[in-house]
Each structure stands twice: as structure tokens, then as C-alpha cells.
Design a protein around this ligand. Structure first.
Ligand SMILES: NC(=O)c1ccc[n+]([C@@H]2O[C@H](COP(=O)([O-])OP(=O)(O)OC[C@H]3O[C@@H](n4cnc5c(N)ncnc54)[C@H](OP(=O)(O)O)[C@@H]3O)[C@@H](O)[C@H]2O)c1
Length: 251
């Protein structure tokens, strides 16, 4: 891969898909100038910290996405570093699920927690960073929409697809990702005139702590597919739901 967006922010960068995203994007022939790799506990994010020692573009930042007061603080810190140039790409990757979520054992707190991390936080993060995304779109030499100009990628899940729901269960996770899909579509309409592209992406069923070891896709394969997809996104892609291999998924 060749040229990455100039300034990128990712949530949940300490393990799983977020960590693999950082690993692969710094290997671009032109990596980002700023890669804000955010996570809840930077002090225990050993692999991420090791990468940051080797790649000066990686700025590890403490960010619990459910701490809604922290969003503005993180935004202020990135704005300070970015100066006049804005933020080109946000990857709302942090997400949670619980293994057993069937009718009979659901609790209010687990439902709220999953909605908080999986949908309320990505929505509020994008809202808070909107001025920096707009700035990036204005400053970009690229005329058409692209991930290098200004984009929001919401990491969703096929489990949030209403049409593809054949197995039931997992209520809070499915419902929160379906809501994230609606947020994505709505933002794509609201941000289009500012030149900001917005997509939802299913990363595949991947071998991470969330996906488990029997998942068919490795983090390397998932990110290879997603980064290839991101680099091909155009104005027509905005407001769509993609599989990691680039196929369009039904809502
Ligand atoms: N793996 C799959 O098969 C699969 C399939 C479809 C969709 N997805 C989606 O892909 C994304 C990444 O999943 P993954 O497989 O990499 O999961 P994972 O290995 O469980 O990693 C989840 C990441 O989210 C972070 N996170 C959770 N709550 C957070 C919070 N409040 N603030 C900040 N970070 C928080 C975790 O940080 P801590 O280490 O601090 O907990 C961790 O970095 C999620 O949105 C998930 O729903 C995954």
C-alpha cells in the first residue's frame, strides 16, 4: 500500500483489530504523519508502546470512549498537535460484546454498556471531532471524497444487519451495531456537503479476544482487506455498509 491519510485517530488500539490497524498502517510507504492510537490503559498497552518506540508518528493517548468528558480533552490534544491541518480519518473501532445474551438473561446495565461503547460513543466522538474533519476536508488537495481527504469509518458487524439476522440472540450487541449503522447512514447525509465520507464496515469474523480462536479470519487478513477497501472509497461509497473484502452488505 502506498499513501496513508495524513492524520488518523483510532479507538481501542491496544489489542485486536485496533492494534493490527496500527501495525499495518505504519508500514505504508507514506505512513500517517500523526496516528493517534487511543486506548483505555496506555500503561499496559505493551505491544502498542513498542510500536510507538519504532514509529514516531504513533501518539498513544489515554481514551475511555465512554468517558464523554474525555472526548473533548482528547480532541483538544490532537488539535494542538495538528495545528492548522485537521484530522483526515477517524476509525471508531472500540467495541464490546458479551457471550451470553439471550431472552431470559438480559440486564439493563449490560444493554446500556454495549450501547454506550458501540453506538453512543462513536456518535459523540464524530460530533466532537467534526470541526477537525471539516478542516481536513478543506485543506486537502484532493477534490473528491476519499479516506485521505476526510472520513469516518465505523467498525460495525454483520450481526447488526437486520436482513442477515438468521440466528437470533445477542440482542444488545446486534441492536447496538444496527443503531451504529443508522448513525453511519445519517452522518453520511449530514457530512456529505462538507466532503466527509462515512461508512460502516464489518471486519469479518476475526481471531481476536472478541471473535475467539475458531474464527476463520486472522487480524492480518481482516486489516489487509479493510485497508484495501478504505483506499478505494469514493463519494459513491459514503453511507454504505461494507464487508472487509469490499462487498456491500444489506442493512
Ligand atoms: N472480532 C470479530 O470477529 C468482530 C466481528 C465483527 C465486528 N467486530 C468489531 O470490531 C471491533 C474491534 O473488535 P476486536 O475483535 O478487536 O475486539 P477485542 O479484541 O475484544 O478488542 C476490543 C477493543 O475495544 C476496546 N474497548 C472496549 N471498551 C472500550 C472503552 N470503553 N474505551 C476504549 N476502548 C474500549 C478494548 O480495550 P480494552 O483492552 O481496554 O478492553 C479493545 O482495544 C469492535 O467494534 C467489534 O464489535 C469484531
Amino acid at each position: 500500500m502506498s499513501i496513508a491519510p495524513r492524520a488518523v485517530l483510532i479507538t481501542g488500539a491496544n489489542r485486536g483489530l485496533g492494534l493490527e490497524f496500527v501495525r499495518q498502517i505504519v508500514r505504508f510507504s507514506t505512513p500517517p504523519k500523526y496516528l493517534f492510537a487511543t486506548c483505555r490503559n496506555p500503561e499496559s498497552a505493551t505491544s502498542l508502546q513498542e510500536m510507538a518506540k519504532e514509529h514516531s508518528c504513533i501518539k498513544v493517548m489515554k481514551f475511555d470512549v465512554t468517558d464523554h468528558r474525555e472526548i473533548q480533552a482528547v480532541c483538544d490534544r490532537t488539535r494542538h498537535l495538528l495545528a492548522e491541518d485537521g484530522l483526515n480519518l477517524i476509525v471508531n473501532n472500540a467495541g464490546i460484546t458479551y457471550k451470553k445474551q439471550y431472552l431470559g438473561n438480559l440486564t439493563h446495565s449490560q444493554i446500556l454498556e454495549q450501547f454506550d461503547v458501540n453506538v453512543f460513543s462513536p456518535l459523540l466522538i464524530t460530533q466532537t471531532f467534526m470541526p477537525l474533519l471539516k478542516l481536513a476536508a478543506q485543506k486537502s488537495p484532493e477534490e473528491s471524497m476519499s479516506w485521505r481527504k476526510a472520513a469516518v469509518v465505523n467498525i460495525s458487524s454483520i450481526l447488526g444487519s437486520i436482513e442477515k439476522n438468521e440466528n437470533g440472540g445477542l440482542y444488545p450487541y446486534r441492536a447496538s451495531k444496527a443503531a451504529l449503522n443508522m448513525v453511519t447512514k445519517t452522518q453520511s447525509i449530514d457530512l456529505r456537503t462538507d466532503g466527509i465520507l462515512t461508512v460502516a464496515v464489518h471486519p469479518g469474523w476475526v481471531q481476536t479476544d472478541m471473535g475467539g480462536q475458531s474464527a476463520p479470519v486472522t487480524p492480518t487478513e481482516s486489516l489487509k482487506g479493510m485497508l484495501s477497501l478504505f483506499s478505494k472509497l469514493t463519494e459513491d461509497s459514503s453511507g454504505k455498509f461494507f464487508d472487509f473484502n469490499g462487498e456491500i452488505l444489506p442493512w
